[in-house]
Design a protein. Structure first.
Length: 446
C-alpha cells in the first residue's frame, strides 16, 4: 500500500533544528511561519532538493551526465517522497527593458491593438492621415450612378526628355490610349505622330473605360483596374465620370510627410523598427543628469538653482542668462520645480546663440582635454531621460498613432485603475464610437 505521508526525520538544513514531521501526500499543504523560521529551508532545500535528487538517480548514467551534481540535504532520512517540481521564489528579469506591462503581456495586446485599429495623426496639422483603397474608389465610382462611363486613369510621371520612351514603353505593355483631365481620349500612336500638339496638355494613362453598374462583375473589374492604375501611377490615380475629375492616392501621406502604416513592430521598443534611435529603446542615455545640475529644485535660477553656474569662474554664465532673460521672458525668480515645460526648455536648450545649460556643457566638453573641465563634465554626468523620446522608449512615428485620442506611451504612464477605466470607455456599446474586439477584453482582464 502506498505511503500516505512523507516522513522527515532529523532535518537540519539552515534554520531547521533537527525536526521530525509527517506531511500528507496528494494534499494541498501550506507551510507558514515568521521570517527566518525555516519555511524555504523545508520546502526548497529539503523536500524539493531530495525529491529532485532521487528522480535524477532513477535516470540512466548517460542522462545524469548532463545534470549538475545534486547534494543530499542535511537530514537523517526522508521516506514516501515523490519526484518534485518547484517554481522559483524570485523572478529575476534579465531584460533591463522589462516593465510591468510587458511582463503581464498587457503591452503585447496593446501593440496588436494599435497596429490593427490605431489611427495616425499628422504632427503638423493634427489631422488624421488617410489614404484611398481600391475598394473605397470602387464604392465612389458605383455611387456616381449606373450607366455612367468611368475612366480609370493612372497619374504617370512624365519626363520631358523621356516622354517618347515612356509612351513607347506603355504601348509595349499593351496600353493604347491616354486621356486629359477633361475626359478627352487620345491614342498613343496619335500623340507620337504629333508630339508638339500635346506638350502643354496634362495627360493620364487610360487603364480602363467602364460603364458603371452595381453588380459583382463590374465591381470585380473596377477593383482590378484601380489596382493596375495604382501600380502604373506609383500610388496616384484619377477617375473621370459624368464631367467630374477626381484624384486619389494610396500613399499614406499628409502635410508633405509620408507616414509608416501602423504595424506591430512599430510599437516594440525591443525591435529596431520601433525603438527610439537615440536611446535604443531603454529610455535612458548617458548624459547630463538633471538632478545633479539642479540639486535643489525649490530654488530659482536667481537663487543659484543651477549648480554648475556657481562659483567665481562659472557665475558669468549665470549673469549672461539673467541679462538675456529680458529678451527670452524667462522668470528668473520662479522656483525650478514650478517652471513650465516651455520655461525649462529656455533654460536647458535656449535659442541660437543664447546662454543655456545644454550649450554650456557642449562648451565644457570641447575643453575636456583640460583636467578641470573633464572633472566638471564627469561630476554632472549620469543616466538621464532620453530627450528625443522623453523616456517613452519608442520612436516618434509610434507616438503619432492614437486610439481614443491617446497614443500607446500615454497609456503606459497611466495608473492601473485609470487604464482600466480608459478601456471600459472604449468597450463596444460605449459612446466612444470605436469598435474593439478580443484584444480589449484581454487587456481589461489583465
Amino acid at each position: 500500500m502506498a505511503d500516505k505521508f512523507i516522513h522527515i526525520k532529523g532535518a537540519r538544513v539552515n534554520n531547521l533544528k533537527n525536526i521530525d514531521l509527517k506531511i500528507p501526500r496528494d494534499k494541498l499543504v501550506v507551510i507558514t511561519g515568521v521570517s527566518g523560521s525555516g519555511k524555504s529551508s523545508l520546502a526548497f532545500d529539503t523536500l524539493f532538493a531530495e525529491g529532485q535528487r532521487r528522480f535524477a538517480e532513477s535516470l540512466s548514467s548517460f542522462a545524469r551526465q548532463f545534470l549538475g551534481r545534486m547534494n543530499k540535504p542535511a537530514v537523517d532520512y526522508i521516506t514516501g517522497i515523490p519526484p518534485a517540481i518547484a517554481i522559483g521564489q524570485r523572478v529575476h528579469s534579465r531584460n533591463s527593458r522589462s516593465t510591468v506591462a510587458s511582463s503581464s503581456e498587457i503591452y503585447d495586446y496593446l501593440r496588436l491593438l494599435y497596429a490593427k485599429i490605431g489611427r495616425t495623426y499628422s504632427p503638423i496639422s493634427g489631422k488624421e492621415v488617410t489614404c484611398d483603397t481600391s475598394k473605397s474608389i470602387s464604392d465612389y465610382a458605383i455611387a456616381l450612378g449606373e450607366e455612367n462611363t468611368a475612366l480609370i486613369l493612372a497619374d504617370i510621371e512624365w519626363h520631358e526628355d523621356g516622354k517618347v520612351e515612356k509612351l513607347l514603353d506603355l504601348k509595349q505593355e499593351g496600353f493604347v490610349r491616354v486621356a486629359s483631365s477633361e475626359g478627352a481620349i487620345f491614342r498613343i500612336d496619335e500623340i507620337l505622330k504629333n508630339l508638339g500638339d500635346f506638350e502643354q496638355m496634362e495627360l493620364y494613362l487610360l487603364v480602363d473605360r467602364i460603364i458603371i453598374s452595381d453588380n459583382e462583375e463590374i465591381r470585380s473589374r473596377l477593383l482590378d483596374s484601380v489596382q493596375t492604375a495604382f501600380v502604373q501611377g506609383n500610388g496616384r490615380i484619377a477617375l473621370f465620370s459624368n464631367g467630374v475629375f477626381k484624384e486619389f492616392s494610396n500613399i499614406f501621406e499628409s502635410d508633405g510627410i509620408v507616414f509608416e502604416r501602423p504595424a506591430e513592430h512599430m510599437f516594440s521598443y525591443n525591435n529596431p523598427i520601433g525603438a527610439c534611435p537615440n536611446c535604443g529603446g531603454f529610455g535612458k542615455v548617458m548624459g547630463i543628469d538633471e538632478s545633479l545640475v539642479i540639486p535643489d529644485p525649490s530654488l530659482s535660477v536667481y537663487e543659484g538653482a543651477v549648480a554648475c553656474w556657481r562659483g567665481e569662474t562659472m557665475s558669468r554664465f549665470l549673469n549672461d542668462f539673467i541679462m538675456e532673460s529680458v529678451q527670452t521672458g524667462f522668470p528668473i525668480h520662479k522656483p525650478y520645480n514650478k517652471l513650465s515645460q516651455q520655461e525649462k526648455m529656455i533654460l536647458w536648450e535656449g535659442e541660437k546663440g543664447s546662454t543655456a545649460i545644454t550649450p554650456f556643457f557642449k562648451w565644457i566638453e570641447s575643453k575636456r582635454y583640460k583636467i578641470q573641465f573633464n572633472y566638471m563634465l564627469s561630476r554632472y554626468s549620469g543616466k538621464t531621460t532620453c530627450r528625443l523620446c522623453n523616456g517613452t522608449r519608442l520612436k516618434e512615428q509610434a507616438r503619432w498613432v492614437k486610439i481614443g485620442g491617446k497614443d500607446i506611451t500615454e497609456l503606459m504612464q497611466m495608473q492601473v485603475g485609470d487604464l482600466a477605466k480608459h478601456f471600459e470607455a472604449l468597450m463596444p456599446g460605449s459612446q466612444s464610437g470605436i469598435e474593439l474586439d478580443q484584444y480589449d477584453y484581454s487587456i481589461a482582464s489583465r
